[in-house]
Write a protein that binds this ligand. Sequence first.
Ligand SMILES: Cc1cc2nc3c(=O)[nH]c(=O)nc-3n(C[C@H](O)[C@H](O)[C@H](O)COP(=O)(O)O)c2cc1C
Length: 367
Amino acid sequence: MPVKALFKPFRLGALELPTRVVMAPMTRSFSPGGVPDSKVVEYYRRRAAAGVGLIITEGTTVGHKASNGYPNVPHFYGEAALAGWKKVVDAVHAEGGKIVPQLWHVGSVRRIGTEPDASVPGYGPTEKLKDGQVVVHGMTKDDIQDVIAAFAQAARDAQSIGMDGVEIHGAHGYLVDQFFWEGSNQRTDEYGGSLANRSRFAIELVEAVRAAVGEGFPIIFRFSQWKQQDYTARLVQTPQALGEFLKPLSDAGVDIFHCSTRRFWEPEFDGSQLNLAGWTRQLTGKPTITVGSVGLDGEFLQFMVNTDKIAQPASLEKLLERLNNDEFDLVAVGRALLVDPDWAQKVRDGREQDILPFSREALMTLV
Ligand SMILES: Cc1cc2nc3c(=O)[nH]c(=O)nc-3n(C[C@H](O)[C@H](O)[C@H](O)COP(=O)(O)O)c2cc1C
């Protein structure tokens, strides 16, 4: 099957992507002090130069005291970090690529002792105590508004340094998803209870981001059924429930949904071959990004459990078939692009034999 479907431009309003290949957001933990430096600039520049149409950066934390959960994760606030990101933006644009930051708040995943202020516990929908000590602070309504304001400010900053949009991290069991998921949200106020109530935080957040950036600045929203706390968790069980979940987010201002799955070819519901991105596109009428083991024969969880495992390059046949059928609009590639910056170029040129395999070891050493 010809690969050209992956290399057609994509247009949404003012956003014009040269190809359909999207770099999935991947935490790299190589920004000491939260500031992306010249290594980070070069890392993204190389992928843009080799045919990635849209780069979604690694998760980058919004300006709230509990947003960060891990060492050396870049900030998306403060002069030094934003100046670092501006260099990344300019380098990617010089190669003809586009780039959006993934705006991130880890919520209750944060532990006391984590930078930047070690005394700050995790913040989440529901308070958690351990041995009498607060390990997760249950967010008040003021806290909710503070976090929303931090996302809105980050989006404004993204726009002012020339980013091509923003992605809101609403997936994988981090703060926004902790509100969505009943397993982590036991609130009794209007932010808890029904899925509509559990979605209120995300909806208000998207509305605030939209108000901050105005019309025409793309907002991508990443969501997932799976959680890092429970890989089998599901927010919704039926297409109808998925539609009810997505509609208010779509109405609030989401332009593109990024539907995070671990294996893109898996049908989301019985009775249809459509994957999560396929259903989302059909139900919302908005463009979608698919993701999950594109170009590799092993999914990413295996590498956490079995560190010796190597994923070999895999055929793109099934992906291209679905892309050609307009099941989704864009294709995010994670590990394959991490390990091989020239992945897209090699695919385009039919040099599959030169594509590098993925392993944990490669992950630790690459740039
Ligand atoms: C090293 C690594 C870091 C990741 N960090 C993030 C992240 O910061 N934000 C996010 O939404 N997903 C993150 N992910 C998930 C990826 O975006 C992607 O969804 C996942 O790897 C599946 O795609 P793949 O099979 O092509 O690798 C990460 C994955 C990897 C392997």
